[in-house]
Design a binder for this molecule. Structure first.
Ligand SMILES: Nc1ncnc2c1ncn2[C@@H]1O[C@H](COP(=O)(O)OP(=O)(O)OP(=O)(O)O)[C@@H](O)[C@H]1O
Ligand SMILES: [Mg+2]
Length: 892
């Protein structure tokens, strides 16, 4: 059947074109019921775009592509995907490739049936939608489950969602004329409209059925339907009837395509009679599409596939899948995806016997972070005698799917069968990882140390040592950790992954010690070697991220945090189940938001981190501690205390290395509860402990907290030879020589300024913080300056107030002890009068409005001026605005 003209839908078409044409415009998704015309509309819209102006990619997701990671975008991505990238890396690579091919032209990505995208493809689409020069268009069928990243397209305002309704009566008449190639009489058209309810697909099927049964006739050029079909058939029944009339040969064609699309034509013709392929195409059941220089066969409409698959008995389904796998194996797997396709067909058809194939496919699926598929494949590999290699992979995948108990069972089942030392070493480390981090069993460290020593080969030993080293660091056995990591690095025989793991361990410690330069160099090296370790030890990524995140957070490098969050976070989150990675990055993101004074965002993001990490104990304590900090920043004592209790409850002893973060949060929780003495005492003791542990990076931040509480003169550290102890300010001066970066000297200067510097010095420090986007610290230093000025009644308060107001405008909810210092106690009435005066009302106007005498208003104003330390009305507005929690405008 030849394609007929497109009818109606002018508004929708215009909307689509302007979504692409308008600069900064949003994308567009059409949703609607089956057969209503979404795909056709999208196709027509995309065809109308000038190809020289835009780089356009059109893809159609389907039930079969949904089973494969990146199956949905396989037509867009180059066949050769670089090896050794993290899942986020793959996504970034994909975006880069598209940008490169677009060569500066705006990108248009059109996805038909976007609800059928596999998780990594959906994540990639989301990422592309976020790029500045890209527009995402697509269709969604109503009532289907929609992948989260796609749903997020409109909740994040990246696209508009438009419901596509049925055709109206006149459009239906037009469509009938288009299908039949001539006008239709009014009565027929009206009946067909009623029967089809304006659904184009149904209309088309009705017409087809009618023309097959001679119920359509043409007189004097006008079509007339004599059909007696009175009951409205359902779409699927109709399609079913039509497909049901196929010859066995044609049915075989449609079935193979239904389970295997997109299927190479050459491949298909090896299994069926080419004549039947032609018939299926002529009858409009399948269609040919050019993909990347090969001719692929697809179903002409997704509903055909659904009907076909639903009616196919299980035994036949399995036979078809086995046939497809066999076909692809015979011609040789050409694309990287072919391996996965064959493996999935083998698995689904119950004919998976080749453990090597399954293992390869499982590793590939895990590498693309399709955790559910990877789990299925790895389990099948194990079941078909995949041995300890399969067990190791399955256990690792289970561990990262937060199922450590199952992982241990899997490993223990193969324990007896391991023959050689290399496998024993790998088994030992996989089991150690699951047991230590997954199940919080601390005795694991001694176990793997003892059993590792029994291995004879130096390379195998090094692998176990590297794991022991990072476990030791995590439980704060720092000396042994360093010694072990160093031996691994010194041993030429050590496998690459073991060396890089040891390097991460040292880099994490260096960050905590404030040696940011060395730490950064080490991590850059680990990253550069990613291709060499990723296949062997994909989870090394986590160790790397923790080391890098610790450095960025401690050095106050918010831009650095932004960069890695933008890089990895959303992608990983979208791609699915890599919860430890997602959760940790969310903690960092919350941290950056908090230091910027974005209290709401910090709280929301840290809550998200807590949720993602709820089923694992590795970072749960850290997430709740960050939530406590966010709540404290917003002045919410109750929430902060609750979060802190949760942090204590969930914090795993095996992650003792994170204690500084938890304890620092505890200080903030004391302070927000109004118990400043307890906060100070706690932080002083913490600073001493950190000093003893040599964790200078953390110590600096704790001392900074003390300065923020105006405690630069507090005594810390051991008693010196002169019999006295050092002050916070003195210790900070020492640390500014030891800890890398620009933050330490700034913090030391801050401490000095609070002790003996004038307000100007404090303002200069505030500028230093503001330049690094450390807005809360900047606002607090400014507030302290104002506080000092208030005492000295200097005339410079006006500009300083303006600056504070500016800083606070960049924050939302913040309420910290230093900022509260500034909040004088105004009565309700004083607030009311102050705000009106600041808005420009005269005393008379205020008096009239509040039913007071002008004199009373004047008296109130004088009191307000003196409480706020301002000279008069002119400064009032800035003064009120610079008070946290009161913007001087709306009611507080
Ligand atoms: N405006 C139109 N003009 C001409 N033909 C149309 C129009 N809308 C739909 N059709 C035809 O109707 C049939 C069904 O439309 P289409 O495949 O676009 O539906 P759909 O909404 O994408 O369905 P599904 O949810 O099953 O994917 C197709 O053959 C299509 O060419
Ligand atoms: Mg469609």
């Amino acid at each position: 059947m030849s394609r007929w003209d497109f009818v109606g839908r002018t508004d929708e078409l215009n909307r689509l074109l302007s979504a692409v044409g308008v600069a900064d415009g949003r994308g567009l998704l059409f949703s609607g019921s089956a057969g209503v015309g979404k795909s056709r509309l999208l196709r027509e819209g995309v065809a109308a775009l000038p190809t020289d102006r835009y780089a356009i990619w059109s893809v159609a997701a389907s039930a079969t592509t949904a089973a494969l990671p990146f199956g949905g975008l396989v037509q867009v991505l180059p066949a050769a995907q670089p090896q050794g990238l993290s899942p986020a890396g793959v996504l970034r690579w994909a975006v880069d490739v598209l940008q490169e091919q677009a060569a500066g032209r705006p990108i248009v990505l059109a996805i038909d049936d976007a609800h059928l995208l596999d998780p990594p493809s959906a994540a990639l689409v989301h990422l592309i939608a976020r790029s500045e020069n890209a527009t995402v268009l697509g269709t969604l069928r109503n009532g289907e489950q929609i992948p989260l990243p796609i749903r997020a397209l409109w909740t994040d305002d990246l696209v508009d969602l438009v419901e596509l309704g049925p055709l109206g009566p006149s459009e239906t008449t037009g469509l009938l004329a288009a299908i039949l190639g001539g006008p239709v009489d009014a009565g027929s058209s009206e009946r067909l409209f009623r029967l089809s309810a304006g659904n184009p697909l149904l209309l088309r099927e009705l017409v087809l059925a009618a023309s097959g049964g001679d119920e359509l006739s043409r007189r004097y050029g006008i079509w007339k339907w004599t059909g007696r079909l009175e009951l409205a058939p359902s779409l699927t029944d109709l399609i079913d009837t039509r497909i049901g009339q196929l010859t066995p040969g044609v049915r075989a064609v449609v079935e193979l395509v239904a389970f295997g699309e997109p299927l190479g034509l050459q491949l298909l013709e090896q299994a069926v009679d080419p004549a039947d392929v032609e018939i299926a195409e002529e009858r409009g059941l399948i269609s040919m599409v050019h993909d990347d220089r090969r001719l692929n066969v697809r179903l002409a409409h997704p509903l055909y596939g659904e009907v076909m698959r639903r009616h196919c008995p299980v035994s036949r389904t399995r036979r078809l899948q086995a046939t497809l796998a066999g076909l692809l194996e015979r011609v040789g797997k050409r694309r990287r995806d072919d391996l996965l396709r064959v493996a999935v067909w083998r698995l689904d058809s119950g004919t998976a016997q080749d453990p090597a194939l399954l293992l390869d496919a499982a590793a590939q699926a895990f590498g693309r972070y399709d955790v559910p598929l990877a789990t299925r494949l790895a389990r099948a590999a194990l079941d078909s005698e995949g041995g300890s290699d399969a067990a190791e992979l399955l256990a690792t995948i289970l561990m990262f799917g937060d199922r450590p108990e199952e992982a241990i069972v899997v490993l223990d089942q193969v324990a007896g069968a391991i023959q050689d030392d290399r496998r024993r070493g790998r088994w030992l480390t996989a089991r150690g990882m699951v047991s230590y981090w997954g199940l919080s069993r601390e005795s694991t460290v001694e176990e793997i140390a003892a059993r590792g020593a029994e291995l004879t080969d130096a390379a195998d030993q090094a692998r176990v040592r590297a794991f022991e080293a990072i476990m030791r660091l995590h439980r704060l056995d720092v000396e042994t950790a360093v010694r072990l990591a160093q031996t691994v690095l010194d041993r030429p025989a050590a496998p690459m992954a073991a060396r890089e793991l040891a390097r991460c361990t040292l880099a994490h410690l260096q960050a905590a010690q404030g040696q940011y330069r060395r730490s950064a160099t080490a991590i850059a090296r680990v990253e550069a070697e990613a291709a060499c370790w990723r296949g062997d030890m994909p989870y090394l990524q986590l160790a790397m991220e923790l080391a890098r995140g610790t450095r960025l957070a401690l050095s106050g490098d918010l831009a650095g945090i932004d960069a890695i969050v933008a890089d990895e976070f959303a992608d990983l989150a979208g791609a699915g189940d890599f919860r430890l990675g997602t959760g940790y990055l969310a903690i960092l993101q919350a941290y950056a938001a908090r230091l910027r004074g974005r209290g709401d965002e910090a709280l929301k993001t840290s809550l998200g981190a807590c949720a993602v990490l709820a089923t694992s104990r590795v970072y749960a304590g850290l997430a709740h501690a960050e939530r406590a900090q966010a709540a404290a920043l917003r002045g919410d004592a109750g929430h902060a205390a609750e979060a802190m209790a949760e942090a204590d409850r969930t914090h795993a002893p095996g992650m003792a290395v994170l204690y500084p973060w938890l304890e620092q949060a505890r200080g903030a929780v004391h302070a927000v509860a109004g118990d400043l003495p307890a906060a100070v005492k706690h932080l002083c003791a913490l600073a001493d402990r950190l000093r003893e542990d040599g964790l200078a990076g953390h110590e600096l931040l704790v001392l900074l907290d003390l300065v923020r509480f105006d405690q630069a003169a507090a005594a810390v550290g051991p008693t010196c030879t002169d019999g006295g102890r050092r002050t916070v300010a003195q210790r900070l001066a020492e640390l500014s020589e030891q800890v890398d970066g620009v933050l330490p000297p700034l913090v030391a200067r801050y401490a000095r300024a609070t002790l003996d510097g004038g307000p100007d010095e404090l303002l200069a420090v505030a500028d230093g913080f503001a330049a690094r986007e450390l807005i809360v610290y900047a606002a607090e230093a400014t507030a302290m300056a104002l506080h000092r000025m208030g005492r000295s009644r200097s005339g410079a308060t006006g500009p300083a107030r303006e600056r504070l107001a500016d800083l606070l405008r960049r924050c939302d909810e913040v309420s910290t002890p230093a900022l509260r210092l500034l909040r004088p106690t105004l009565t309700e009435r004083e607030w009311e009068i102050g705000r009106l005066a600041a808005d420009g009302s005269t005393s008379r106007a205020i008096a009239e409005r509040l039913f007071l005498s002008t004199r009373t208003v004047e008296n109130h104003l004088q009191r307000i001026y003196s409480k706020l330390g301002v000279a008069g009305r002119a400064e009032l507005r800035a003064a009120l605005r610079s008070m946290p929690g009161h913007d001087g405008g709306d009611a507080a």
